[in-house]
Design a protein. Sequence first.
Length: 128
Amino acid sequence: MLKLLIDMNLSNKLATRLREAGYDCRRWNEVGNSSAPDTELFDWAKRNGAVVITRDLGFGGILAATQFDAPSVVQVRCEDSHSKSVFPILLQALQQAEEQLRQGALVVVTENRLRIRALPLKTDRTKQ
């Protein structure tokens, strides 16, 4: 199973449900300072081989700007952010994208769509 790091913008209940589903899951405030900048959370995930689960679009920007191949990031873009609604969608996405997340990916999840981009992200500058 994947090792997961849940950003502070998602509920502790979601982290609990993912643990109950068998994932090695930590919420950021369990391992770092909850008010730390995103780069600190990003660095911790990279050092510890964890996939970042977040609603924050900033992590995609960090991946694009740095051209890093890790950590993998799952951006949850669901309208309803309650753990009861997000959990089944996220669980299905983690199962479907597990191999890509292990290799390095940015996964964007909505209620009806799953988009997977391999890392490092290709930008207009890196496509040339």
